[in-house]
Design a protein around this ligand. Sequence first.
Ligand SMILES: Nc1ncnc2c1ncn2[C@@H]1O[C@H](COP(=O)(O)OP(=O)(O)OP(=O)(O)O)[C@@H](O)[C@H]1O
Ligand SMILES: [Mg+2]
Length: 278
Amino acid sequence: MEEEKFPIVITAALPAGGTGKTPFIRVYGEWKARQGYKVAMLDFDHQCSLTELYDVFETNKTTLNIFKGGEVEYIPVEENLWLVPSHPNLQYEPARLRAEGTQNIYFLLEDWLYEHEEEIKQFDYLLIDTHPDTDTITKNALAVSSAQIGVVMPTEKSVNAIPKAEQALSDLKRETYDKRHDEARVTCEFLLLGTNIEKVGKNYTKLSKQLVHLIKEDARFVGYIPHKELFAQAMSDEKIPIWEQVNNQLLLKEASNRAFKVVLERVMSNMDQRIGEL
Ligand SMILES: Nc1ncnc2c1ncn2[C@@H]1O[C@H](COP(=O)(O)OP(=O)(O)OP(=O)(O)O)[C@@H](O)[C@H]1O
Ligand SMILES: [Mg+2]
């Protein structure tokens, strides 16, 4: 955790709605924070789902100001964990930036990070949550990221979004390639994570079985998180952090909860390893 280094930047992005991106950012952010790293989560989705998960209703110093100018606040949400909330008007930014003829439209976040180097270097990780699209705001996030994590559920819609995400990332790399220095400006790797894989009794459901098969074949998959009610509950109602749930002694009396804890920790460790290799 050196002071001098830029944080590792990871973005959850897939152009399909409701595939588990926001839950992943939350779970991975809390995992890294509990390991002692300083983590800032940036909500780049104008739906503000991550922001609402932490019951934050700040509307002034939001991620909108990264693009529009103005102050941005890092709101502490847990030990070692901060959130920069989103704003509904972030949805109008791509059109506004284009209408204004903004130059280097995919590197506005990069410029902002360098302008705020001092405060940014206090973090070990920046985790960015995105809207399910491949538009300008999402591309700004990918342009500064070491990895894009495409979070995929056992649904046709989310599996179909994998090649779309892949295409968008390679388009971004091609469009921003620095021909003069013969150098890539965007170096983001594409990784995948399965979630909500479901079993009925001992057997996977049809779609889950297909996705597990795909996960085994495609080396970009880091692993998968099985379907678990406890996980869903951590993202709704009381929104108790999943790591508090899986360490709750009462809940751990149940074998299925103990098993889920082991699996979730293994997936998170695999993610650490893959990110470490980038
Ligand atoms: N392993 C799991 N077990 C149970 N529920 C899960 C699991 N993974 C994800 N979910 C649930 O799936 C839902 C999908 O999350 P959410 O809609 O926030 O995804 P998203 O990709 O961020 O959506 P959007 O594209 O709208 O930003 C959440 O309610 C979450 O709790
Ligand atoms: Mg989301």
